[in-house]
Write a protein that binds this ligand. Structure first.
Ligand SMILES: [Fe+2]
Length: 304
């Protein structure tokens, strides 16, 4: 629970605040981009503007209940807090974000607050990354028929995927080069060739952010990009790479991997951290080309 005594400097005065336990996962700024923002030259986010209408309050409360560290709070008396119906916000989750695709909410701090998703599929449902292992999420997934596969984009975002795999008898998918993060994974991707799972799912190895990073393409529509890509974070562009300091293995290889995605068709980009972007396939190709050009011009500050 957020502590008002530890409220970060830079919070706009008002009911909502972020405290010093924030890990900068950006989930709040994805859900409520007008309300939460990163403080320049710091890793954390604050309430840059208090919500001013019902919709903004709603989004702010969604961010509050999904914050992996519980860093977002409401200042004031019990009466002030009672004005906000947090219980009904919790019950809204998971959120449908696209046909058959849901944001599960309740990000885990064990994956630095990565978002996780549920994909309904006739051949067996998939989960992308892993949220908090909690009853509400388990029951909801159970009500949809459980899970057959859990796609793990890379080592950072596995959280408690092993518990979900055990509970649902699901198969975890991770690349060999990030396998040490989930050594019991049932399906291990090797090398650089894409691997198809039926007609609807394609795992594409995209080394760079980590050696074993992969993305998942669903029905040539949804591209789950793990930690490789985000949207409108630094340059206001629909597709961007996270800054070089957050590329743990090889910026050059990551740039190559982004270029490889130009060969695929998709219309919804879904990052594990960062905003979802929807566009035509042709526009996505152009956004990727621009992203690759920009990556070539940036310096890898983590040269190994
Ligand atoms: Fe990561």
């Amino acid at each position: 629970m957020a502590d008002p005594k530890k409220a970060l400097p830079g919070n706009a005065p008002g009911d909502f605040f972020v405290d010093s336990s924030c890990i900068g996962c950006h989930n709040c700024s994805d859900l409520a981009p007008d309300i939460f923002g990163e403080v320049e030259d710091h890793f954390y986010l604050v309430v840059k503007r208090q919500p001013a209408n019902e919709d903004e309050i709603h989004r702010t409360l969604q961010a509050l209940v999904c914050c992996p560290k519980g860093s977002i709070g409401i200042i004031g008396s019990r009466g002030t807090r009672a004005r906000y119906d947090i219980k009904s916000i919790i019950e809204e989750f998971p959120l449908e974000i696209s046909k058959d695709v849901y944001y599960l909410g309740f990000n885990s701090d064990k994956s630095a607050g990565a978002k996780s998703f549920f994909i309904a599929s006739e051949g067996g449902n998939w989960m992308v990354e892993a949220p908090k292992f909690q009853e509400r999420t388990l029951k909801w997934i159970e009500s949809r028929g459980g899970l057959s596969h859990i796609f793990l984009s890379h080592r950072d975002d596995v959280a408690q995927a092993d518990l979900f795999a055990g509970y649902f008898k699901a198969k975890r998918i991770i690349h060999q080069d990030d396998l040490e993060a989930q050594p019991g994974a049932e399906i291990v991707i090797n090398g650089l060739e894409p691997v198809a799972f039926g007609d609807d799912f394609l795992v594409i190895p995209t080394p760079g952010h980590t050696m074993g990073h992969c993305v998942l393409l669903h029905k040539e529509t949804h591209l789950f990009t793990g930690d490789m890509l985000t949207s409108k974070e630094r340059f206001g562009d629909p597709i961007e790479a996270w800054k070089p300091e957050l590329c743990w293995w090889s910026w050059e290889r990551q740039t190559e991997s982004i270029g490889k995605l130009i060969n695929y068709s998709f219309t919804v980009m879904i990052p594990s951290h960062g905003r979802i972007w929807r566009d035509t396939s042709a526009n996505m190709t152009e956004h990727l080309r621009r992203c690759v050009e920009r990556c070539h011009s940036e310096t890898d500050t983590n040269l190994r």
